[in-house]
Design a protein around this ligand. Sequence first.
Ligand SMILES: NC(=O)c1ccc[n+]([C@@H]2O[C@H](COP(=O)([O-])OP(=O)(O)OC[C@H]3O[C@@H](n4cnc5c(N)ncnc54)[C@H](OP(=O)(O)O)[C@@H]3O)[C@@H](O)[C@H]2O)c1
Length: 330
Amino acid sequence: MRYLTTDTTKRISKIGLGTWQFGAKEWGYGEPYAAQEAHAIVRRAIDLGITLFDTAEIYGYGRSERILGQALGDDLPSVFVATKILPVLPLAPVVEQRAVASANRLGARHLDLYQMHQPNPVVRDTRAMRGMNALQRVGLVGEVGVSNYSLDRWRAAEAALGSRVLSNQVPYSLVVRDPERELLPYAETQDRVIIAYSPLAQGLLSGRYDASHRPANRVRGANPLFLPENLDRAAGLIAALREVADAHSASPAQIALAWVIRSPAVTAIPGASSVEQLESNVAAADIELTDDEHGALRAAAARFQPVTGRAAMPQLVRSRLQANRVSRGR
Ligand SMILES: NC(=O)c1ccc[n+]([C@@H]2O[C@H](COP(=O)([O-])OP(=O)(O)OC[C@H]3O[C@@H](n4cnc5c(N)ncnc54)[C@H](OP(=O)(O)O)[C@@H]3O)[C@@H](O)[C@H]2O)c1
């Protein structure tokens, strides 16, 4: 495993573990996964040097935090635990109370990173940051983070907090490269961290799926990337990943992760549906892409133009109706 060089009290691994999948019905992994596999994934992650574990109060309505805390057990104080508040009412006392509730579910005395899950569209962060500041002063929270923030809003949060907001957790992958415009340069020059979520584009970049073999769950049923037309369009990008993967005796998913964490400011938090996937994702931390490989993947990514937004809506609705018919027919 490799680690960020950012100045934090505990090391942050370049590959972390995302745990939205733990106990969240929308991923459809079922009870055996929540009760056993998730635990095994966490234990193996610790063995392999992962220190960053990401969860949120909203994942499985608290269940992810509980599962993660139980699986970490006595190792909890030595890893870097990150959770998030959904800022529906981002007032200082609410932030403080919700941090305590998250810590209780995790069984933690300290949250290494407490993140605003997304910017509240109508309320500025002034009051929430007052709560974050109080949490830092009493020692319940180490670092404050944000998620899905623009650079302006991230900096405004730092001004309100009066100190650094360590990280911004954003979608970053070969399919979503927006953070490269402003967020990455800021993180690289100011010793901040980009936590890349959905680094495998929710599994699309593994190359496991195509138009005749689509993943069946609510998360990906609602993601236009998994529409048959987009899976067809992604074929060129997957082929480019396979070519680089062959040169490294690796898998397309590993190359996709190696591409994401190339910047020194980035750590990626892929989710995993099995221990094997977790092991494969950890190994990606040691793959070094050449400049040519990095460039070739970027070029292939630029050629992938998925149907998204409004244009994707009719197909998404059709596809959902079809899935409902199939599940009723079973
Ligand atoms: N802050 C936010 O707003 C936000 C939003 C989304 C996610 N997140 C965080 O980011 C984490 C990761 O994002 P994500 O789960 O959306 O997407 P992701 O990590 O890109 O995709 C995870 C999925 O990819 C597949 N996969 C993982 N490793 C693989 C491998 N080695 N080979 C083949 N397939 C593999 C698995 O699905 P299958 O095996 O079923 O194909 C797994 O469930 C989440 O767990 C969560 O902690 C945060």
